[in-house]
Design a protein around this ligand. Structure first.
Ligand code: AMP
Length: 668
């Protein structure tokens, strides 16, 4: 019996939920990313074509899109307490004594967990469905951030099985170190300020107004506390196991401990091993395991008596600052970097640490030759925390911050409100020129296959390119003589450049390298203005009207398009066929381009539903026919075009256009 559309949709949702769980909770996927993407696209298409089966808990709803201007304040049913801290074995023994006295027994079992460093969240489930997600706030009430939380793939929207009808569960929203590093690398490449540390970035992400932006952030949620009036188990450890069975991500590093000695053992083990964890932890949380003992102990005005946090000591080392070097970014920003005598820190050898900017150097009043303290956090490179003045050599040299660009010698500028110095000679400073071209070809921008940063260096030093538009004039015979190039690789590079003209407008906008216009901002600007011409015409007010665009970004856009050299570059890109208009805009085009033409549509499309495509053809003067005949002028083929249709079109010699060809035609 053929499946109904509804059955197909339900089966796909179920399958995708399982894949999500395997991938994001168990970290063990049974299918490839490609197959996952295909299934997700299929579900999205079925849901779009059959809106009567919409479900807010469908896996397709994880991509966000809901914009919250003001977060609703919700009162917590159960107060969210803080934790008391301890720093030594003695502190823990004192705590145990207090517990024994209050409970009147020596028999206390504990559960140890890591203290995850992020933002706490309270999730409420009713009949197995996620209802609300609320931040801790002041402990009594917090902000409702459900739309943002739904984008975190490891948080189940529907529970696998429901042992409890209605309950709340608490956890920590974190940003794993890898994801944090990748985000910062992308931000630096886009000339944006890197995020400071994973914790602030995680909590800041929860308060973003646009959930689609949150969906782009690789957030995760680790759960540590089930709250309910009628728990079917009697210990905290069992509640965690139960949460895991329900589909929540409960880290493996939890342990039942029969004594404080065993607790100390857990702490010592994780103090060593924490540097291998994929996320940050700043300690261990020790909890009384028996739920009835927890009840008996209760809370102080601030924290539960039955739990205590043990804080690890921060990983610091001291070493000698040998010299300071200055790096120039592709936007001209100067970053001072401390070159250190190599020192082993949290499992790696550290030779360099960030000094951020001139103010930071002044604040630390650091001198060359000083012994400095360095700390490794979640940041990309370690930072210099302070100076050990007792070790200052008599001949330590005060730091003279540079006045000129270390690359091109231009006098540096520092605008009001900027923390950094900049080299203003964007078009003369080789590092900036090469940096911009390298950014242009990068994966998240024009994604040009066959060209790498080193080839760009060579092309620039050989005088073959001076800007990114020059890339489109390169021939294989110019590339072939370069070091490490051969006939095939030269041809691949030229093909890669040629293919990049298909890259959608939003990525092109990111590729242009406008300061402060990272991936997300580019997407927003492209969506709002729809074409480079629309954006170039925008004045300050028009730019500020775009969601989340402030004066800093608006100024930078105006400055970019106020420079004739940039306008010339854009015009050259236009001439080479680079996409400077969004597909959305092209799909709404009205013209008489297809006047008198008969077209047949076949397959599945990404920018249109089939009905939209048919409407677009008619809006441009064409007629849509149901089947291919000798009178057909073009066939527009999407994915999965029927093989018999394709054979017929080929047999009759009718041109077959792809979706991109069609959009390209409209854009012209
Ligand atoms: P503090 O903010 O220092 O008072 O610490 C309390 C916070 O630690 C809680 O609100 C949680 O967000 C967080 N936390 C992280 N990991 C855990 C854990 N395993 N158990 C309880 N709380 C935790």
């Amino acid at each position: 019996m053929p499946e109904t559309i509804k059955q197909q949709i339900l089966a796909l949702r179920q399958a995708l939920r399982t894949y999500n769980y395997e991938y994001y909770v168990l970290d063990d996927s049974s299918i490839s990313d490609h197959v996952f993407d295909q299934k997700m696209a299929e579900l999205a298409r079925l849901e779009q074509d059959n809106p009567q089966y919409f479900d807010p808990h469908s896996p397709t709803q994880r991509v966000g899109g809901e914009v919250t201007k003001h977060f609703k304040n919700l009162k917590h049913r159960y107060r969210m307490y803080s934790l008391d801290n301890s720093y030594s074995r003695e502190d823990l023994l004192d705590w145990e004594k207090r517990l024994q006295k209050l409970l009147g027994t020596d028999r206390i079992e504990y559960t140890c967990e890591l203290k995850y460093d992020g933002a706490s969240i309270n999730l409420r489930y009713e009949n197995g469905v996620l209802q609300t997600a609320v931040t801790r706030g002041d402990g009594f009430q917090g902000d409702e951030v459900t739309a943002n939380i739904k984008t975190i793939r490891s948080i189940p929207l529907l529970l696998k099985k429901s042992m409890l009808d209605t309950f709340e569960i608490r956890g920590e929203v974190i940003l794993p170190l890898d994801g944090f590093k990748n985000m910062n690398t992308a931000r630096l490449a886009a000339g944006e300020q890197p995020f400071k540390n994973p914790r602030n970035t995680a909590s800041g992400s929860l308060k973003l107004q646009d959930s689609a932006v949150v969906a782009q952030r690789p957030l995760d949620c680790l759960l540590y506390h089930v709250v309910s009036d009628d728990l079917p188990v009697s210990t905290h450890y069992e509640t965690l196991e139960m949460a895991r069975t329900l589909g929540f991500k409960v880290p493996k590093a939890i342990e039942r401990c029969a004594s404080i000695e065993a607790v100390m053992q857990f702490i010592e083990t994780w103090d060593q091993q924490r540097h291998q964890l994929p996320y940050e932890t700043d300690g261990v949380v020790v909890k009384v395991n028996s739920l009835s003992q927890q009840d008996e102990l209760g809370h102080t005005s601030k924290a539960p008596r039955w739990a205590i946090a043990y804080k690890f000591k921060a990983v610091q080392q001291s070493t000698v600052l040998r010299e300071i070097s200055y790096q120039v970014g592709r936007t001209g920003a100067i970053t001072p970097v401390a070159n250190l005598a190599p020192v082993s820190l949290a499992g790696t050898v550290v030779k360099r640490a960030s000094l951020h900017n001139a103010d930071q150097i002044e604040k630390l009043s650091v001198r060359l030759g000083d012994t400095v303290y360095v700390e490794k956090g979640g940041d990309i490179i370690p930072k210099v925390l302070g100076v050990d003045l007792s070790k200052r050599p008599v001949d330590a040299v005060p730091v003279q911050y540079i006045n000129h660009c270390p690359d091109c010698g231009t006098t540096l500028v520092r605008k009001e409100g900027d923390a950094k110095h900049y080299c203003p000679d964007s078009y003369g400073c080789p590092t900036q020129i090469k940096g911009r071209i390298q950014h242009f070809i990068s994966r998240k921008a024009m994604d040009i296959d066959g060209l790498g940063a080193e080839t760009v260096e060579l092309l620039f030093s050989e005088g073959l390119i001076c800007n990114y538009a020059d890339l489109y004039t390169l021939t294989a015979s110019q590339l072939e003589p370069l070091e490490r190039m051969a006939a095939k690789s030269a041809q691949n590079a030229v093909t890669g450049i040629k293919q990049s003209i298909e890259i959608p407008f939003e990525k092109v906008l990111f590729a242009l390298g406008i300061r402060f216009v990272g991936e997300t901002v580019a997407r927003k600007l492209a969506k709002h203005f729809r074409s480079i011409d629309g954006l170039m015409k925008a004045d300050m007010d028009a730019l500020l009207a775009v969601d989340e665009i402030g004066e800093r970004i608006a100024n930078s856009v105006l400055e970019f398009f106020g420079d004739l050299r940039n306008i010339q570059l854009v015009n050259r890109l236009r001439q080479y066929g680079v996409q400077l208009m969004s597909n959305e805009s092209a799909s709404l085009a009205v013209s008489n381009l297809l006047q008198g033409k008969k077209l047949v549509v076949s397959g599945v499309f990404t920018s249109f539903t089939r009905t939209e495509l048919k409407k677009s053809i008619e809006a441009n003067g064409g007629v849509v026919a149901g089947s291919i005949s000798a009178k057909t002028d073009f066939v527009i083929a999407g994915d999965q075009m029927g093989p018999s249709k394709r054979a017929k079109a080929v047999q009759l010699g009718i041109p077959i256009l792809s979706e991109a060809d069609y959009l390209g035609m409209l854009k012209k």
